[in-house]
Design a protein around this ligand. Structure first.
Ligand SMILES: Cc1cc2nc3c(=O)[nH]c(=O)nc-3n(C[C@H](O)[C@H](O)[C@H](O)COP(=O)(O)OP(=O)(O)OC[C@H]3O[C@@H](n4cnc5c(N)ncnc54)[C@H](O)[C@@H]3O)c2cc1C
Length: 474
């Protein structure tokens, strides 16, 4: 059947083109005809990696099709502010079409990529088989539940705009439910939030939630005893922000605790069910909302490719970022598994799942495609590490970059500038800047709306949402 699509014939082999005929599909999406004289590059994913690759290939002598399940590019480092009612969802995302339309050789298709036939060089979506000459896989990552998939159904994740809105709605709805709740223990549960995972996302979320409660919800709910509200940051290891130097880790814990976050270290979670968090030592916390920020793995597409997978389901690539044996297929960003070369007698380590790695890998992959087209040798990936930063609250951040280790106000100012400048879209920069300025001076969060379907109280059954392949609470 695939051959019929590839050769532009119908199911019965007649000359009439199938509606799934790649030439027709490419035409419908405003792309150049296929087959074309120019090499066809398909990029799966319009995140940090995919969009960077598209920009490098924009205006070059190739035809590019970017495919993403969403019609927007998400700036995930600010997603926690959407979840904590600090920013509106639209301000941390940008329409992909608005980004690619400036290049006449790039078109966009909103579709879920279901698989790839690497031998036939075809990308499979529900509606089309799309032939390619070169392929860049940049589908990013998903939450890692380490084989305990029940966790996915009983916790909230934070991987995209839908997740952030679900989480914001759940926290705000719980405070509404708490007003009418007559049972004291249940009321306390509704006001308790557990964040599992002491990485940058967990730390930023916990800090922002405690500020939302202490500065905003305390005024919204004068009838509730806010001193009973708890934000608990749970970490299986002995510290938070493991990628930072020890001094900054200690400083982060000190600052979090001073803000009112309960930091619970060396506390692996055994299970979460209906808001009951059970730890490996048997102790329990009752919480209205439990957020899972304890690990990431490659996006589910990586499991459907029939390829060897490394730790976290990531796809091992050559130093030139192509698949072994497939110089026309590149994997970049969170999906790719590549170790840095050994240095000063120390073994190499996997490149971290962070935006700068995705961006730099995508640049290298796109340049390697151009190199192959011009019959030049491909070059290996080299990572330029710009350091790490994470916010802890409205005036505090930790920063470890170029040998400078800072915590406090200056680091926070640096964090603001870097994130503002990295946001895609001038409108987004203005909106985010105004929101930050407003919150900074008023301590208010204007975006504490409960939108969409009303979240169920804790204990209600959990079902999979239609908008994503990953299960979520609704
Ligand atoms: C909440 C959060 C906070 C973060 N904070 C930071 C930070 O402060 N600093 C930092 O450096 N990094 C941070 N990261 C990590 C950073 O966002 C990732 O490393 C980076 O996005 C990876 O880029 P990527 O291109 O591989 O994937 P992404 O940017 O995630 O893009 C993947 C794209 O693929 C699409 N996609 C996935 N599967 C399919 C499919 N089957 N079909 C079609 N499309 C598909 C997705 O919709 C998405 O648009 C954070 C991540 C999260 C979730």
């Amino acid at each position: 059947m695939q051959d019929a699509f590839l050769h532009g014939t119908g199911h019965d082999g007649a000359a009439a083109p199938s509606p799934l005929d790649p030439a027709a599909v490419y035409r419908r999406y405003g792309a150049r005809p296929w087959p074309s004289a120019r090499p066809r590059v398909i990029i799966v994913g319009a995140g940090f990696g995919g969009l960077t690759a598209a920009r490098v290939l924009g205006g070059k002598d190739v035809d590019v099709l970017v495919i993403d399940r969403n019609n927007y590019h998400g700036f995930w480092p600010l997603l926690y502010q959407v979840a904590t009612a600090g920013l509106e969802p639209e301000s941390v995302a940008h329409p992909v079409r608005a980004i690619v339309r400036r290049y006449s050789n790039i078109s966009f298709m909103m579709a879920e990529v279901l698989g790839v036939d690497f031998e036939q060089q075809v990308v499979l979506t529900a509606a089309a088989y799309l032939p390619y000459d070169y392929l860049i896989l940049a589908a990013g990552s998903a939450n890692n539940y380490f084989g305990n998939e029940a966790l996915a159904r009983h916790t909230y994740g934070l991987k995209d705009l839908d997740d952030a809105e679900l989480l914001r709605n759940a926290v705000l709805a719980n405070f509404e439910y708490a007003v009418s709740e007559t049972d004291r223990a249940q009321r306390r549960k509704l006001k308790t939030l557990v964040v599992v995972g002491g990485g940058p996302t967990g730390v930023e979320l916990a800090g922002a939630f405690v500020e939302l409660i202490n500065h905003v919800l305390v005024h919204d709910y004068p009838m509730l005893d806010i001193s009973e509200a708890r934000v608990v940051l749970v970490e299986a290891g002995g510290t938070v922000l493991a990628a930072f130097p020890e001094k900054l880790q200690r400083e982060a814990i000190r600052r979090l605790e001073a803000m009112g976050v309960e930091v619970r270290l060396r506390s692996p979670v055994a299970s979460v069910e209906d808001g009951t968090v059970t730890f490996a030592d048997g102790s329990q916390i009752e919480a209205g909302v439990v957020v899972w920020a304890a690990g990431v793995r490659a996006a589910s597409l990586a499991d459907r490719l029939g390829l060897r997978q490394a730790r976290g389901g990531r796809i091992p690539v050559e130093p030139t970022l192509n698949l072994p044996g497939h110089p026309e297929v590149f994997v970049v960003g969170d999906m790719a598994y590549l170790e840095s070369p050994p240095r000063r007698g120390r073994p190499g380590a996997p490149y971290p799942m962070v935006a700068p790695v995705a961006i730099q890998m995508a640049e290298r992959a796109a340049h390697n495609i151009l190199a192959r087209i011009h019959r030049k040798p491909m070059r290996p990936f080299r990572y330029f590490d710009k350091g790490n930063m994470a916010t802890i609250g409205r005036r505090v951040a930790v920063l470890d970059a170029f040998g400078i280790r800072l915590s406090g106000y200056l680091a926070w100012a640096g964090w603001l500038v870097v994130h503002l400048m990295s946001l895609v879209g001038f409108r987004n920069r203005i909106v985010v800047f105004l929101n930050w300025a407003y919150s900074y001076f008023t301590y208010d969060r204007g975006l504490r709306l409960i939108t969409g379907p009303k979240p169920a109280p804790p204990g209600a059954p959990v079902q999979a949402a239609a908008s994503t392949t990953e299960p979520r609470r609704v």
